[in-house]
Design a protein around this ligand. Structure first.
Ligand code: ZN
Length: 385
C-alpha cells in the first residue's frame, strides 16, 4: 500500500519546509522530495493547505472516554487508542496507577496482549506500558491512593519487566529499594522517571546517576525548587541529560512556569504529556478514578479533597498550549510532542520524526492547528462526521 502526501508545510526535525511530497510504502516513510511523481497505485492525500508533522507520542496517559488502563480490558485500550488518534496521537504508553500487585500485573498483561493483536486503522499504536507507582512517596501522592504505596521489591517488579512491554516506570528515589530498581530497570531497557517524590536535590541526583533519565509531570507532585534545598525540581532543571515530562493544560502548571522549564531544558528535553484520565472527552461530571470519586468542572478534574486528579487534556490542545506559553515555533513544539518523548523511552530509532526509514506516523493539522487527519503506521481512517 502506497500513499503520497502533498504537504503545504512539512515539519522536519528542526525546521519547516514548504511544498514537499512524502512517499509512504508499507507503513514506512520512503522518501521526501520537492518533486516526485506519485506511483500509479498510490493514494494521494492533499494537504497543500495544511501542516504535516510527526504524530504525537503521549508517554503518560491513563485513560479517556470512560476507559482506563487499570480496567485491564482490550476494549478499554481500544477506546483510548481511538480517541487519542482523533487528537493526532499515533503512539502512546497506557499508564497504570498505584494499586494492588495483581491489578497492576493484569493491566501490564493486557497491554502486552493488545500489542500483539491487530489494531484498527483509526487507533493509535500502543508502544508499551508506563507503570506509575506504586513505589512512590505518600507525601507527594497527588491522586494516587496512599494505601497501596510500598517499598520497591524485586520479587514484585521483576515479573513486570520480564513481560517485555514496560517502557517506563515512575518511582520516588527516596523509597526503600528504589535505587536498586533503577539499576534493574536499565538492564531490562526500561526507562525510569522520578515522580511523586519528596526527594532532596542530592537524592534526585543520585537517582539520575543510577540511570533514571526523566521526571514525571515536572512541577506536579515533587519537592519544589528552594534556593537552599533545590529539591527534585532543581535537579531536573540543572541536569542537562534529564527529560522533563510536562502537563500542558495551563492548570497543572501555569503557562509562565511552562515557559521557565522550556527556557531551562529546551525542546530536546521537554516531553509534553497529557496525564489524561478517563473523563477525557466526556465533558463535565462525576467519574471514578480507581476507588476514588472525581469531579470534573470546566475541564478540571479534582478528587473530593481538591487535589488535581489527572487531566482531561488532549495532545493537540497541549501542542497549541506549549506554543502559546513559550512562543516556540511549531517545529520546536512538534519535537516536544513527538521526538523528545520518543527518545525519552528509547523509541526514537523509528518514531517521532518524518524521515526516510521512520514509521509512517503522521498528524495533519489545519491552519488553526486542529487535527484534520492522523496516519498511524501508514494507515488512516476517513473521518465520518
Ligand atoms: Zn502522577
Amino acid at each position: 500500500m502506497r500513499i503520497v502526501i502533498d504537504c503545504g508545510a512539512l515539519v522536519l526535525y528542526d525546521r519547516i519546509e514548504h511544498n514537499r511530497r512524502v512517499l509512504i510504502e508499507d507503513g514506512v516513510i520512503r522518501a521526501i522530495a520537492a518533486h516526485m511523481d506519485a506511483p500509479a497505485d498510490a493514494t494521494v492525500i492533499d494537504a497543500r493547505a495544511h501542516i504535516v508533522l510527526p504524530g504525537f507520542i503521549d508517554i503518560h496517559a491513563h485513560g479517556a472516554m470512560g476507559a482506563d488502563t487499570m480496567d485491564a480490558t482490550p476494549e478499554a485500550l481500544q477506546t483510548m487508542a481511538r480517541f487519542f488518534a482523533a487528537h493526532g496521537v499515533t503512539g502512546f504508553l497506557p499508564t497504570t496507577m498505584t494499586a494492588q500487585r495483581e491489578k497492576i500485573e493484569a493491566a501490564i498483561e493486557n497491554v502486552r496482549q493488545a500489542m500483539i493483536s491487530p489494531s484498527a486503522p483509526d487507533t493509535a499504536h500502543i508502544l508499551g506500558a508506563h507503570v506509575e507507582g506504586p513505589f512512590i512517596n505518600p507525601k507527594q501522592c497527588g491522586a494516587q491512593p496512599i494505601e497501596f504505596m510500598r517499598t520497591a521489591d524485586p520479587r514484585e517488579y521483576s515479573p513486570w519487566f520480564e513481560r517485555g512491554v514496560v517502557k517506563l516506570i515512575t518511582i520516588a528515589p527516596e523509597v526503600d529499594g528504589a535505587i536498586h530498581l533503577i539499576e534493574d530497570a536499565r538492564r531490562f531497557g526500561v526507562a525510569v522517571a522520578v515522580g511523586h517524590t519528596d526527594a532532596t536535590y542530592a537524592q534526585a541526583q543520585a537517582a539520575f546517576a543510577a540511570g533514571a533519565n526523566q521526571a514525571t509531570h515536572t512541577f506536579n507532585a515533587m519537592r519544589g525548587l528552594h534556593h537552599r534545598e533545590p529539591g527534585a525540581l532543581g535537579a531536573v532543571m540543572a541536569n542537562d541529560a534529564v527529560y522533563a515530562q510536562l502537563i500542558c493544560d495551563n492548570v497543572h502548571v501555569h503557562p509562565a512556569a511552562m515557559n521557565v522549564l522550556y527556557k531551562c531544558k529546551g525542546a530536546d528535553r521537554v516531553a509534553v504529556i497529557t496525564d489524561a484520565m478517563e473523563a477525557t472527552g466526556l465533558g463535565d461530571g462525576a467519574f471514578a478514578l480507581g476507588a476514588q470519586r472525581v469531579l470534573v468542572q470546566g475541564g478540571i478534574a479534582r478528587l473530593e479533597n481538591g487535589a488535581l486528579a489527572g487531566s482531561t487534556l488532549t495532545m493537540d490542545a497541549a501542542f497549541r498550549n506549549i506554543i502559546a506559553a513559550t512562543g516556540c515555533s511549531p517545529a520546536e513544539a512538534s519535537r516536544m510532542c513527538s521526538a523528545s518523548p520518543a527518545r525519552a523511552v528509547g523509541l526514537d530509532y523509528r518514531k517521532g520524526r518524518i524521515a526516510p526509514g521512520y514509521d509512517a506516523d503522521i498528524a495533519i493539522l489545519d491552519a488553526t492547528l486542529r487535527v484534520v487527519k492522523t496516519i498511524v503506521g501508514g494507515q488512516y481512517a476517513e473521518k465520518t462526521g
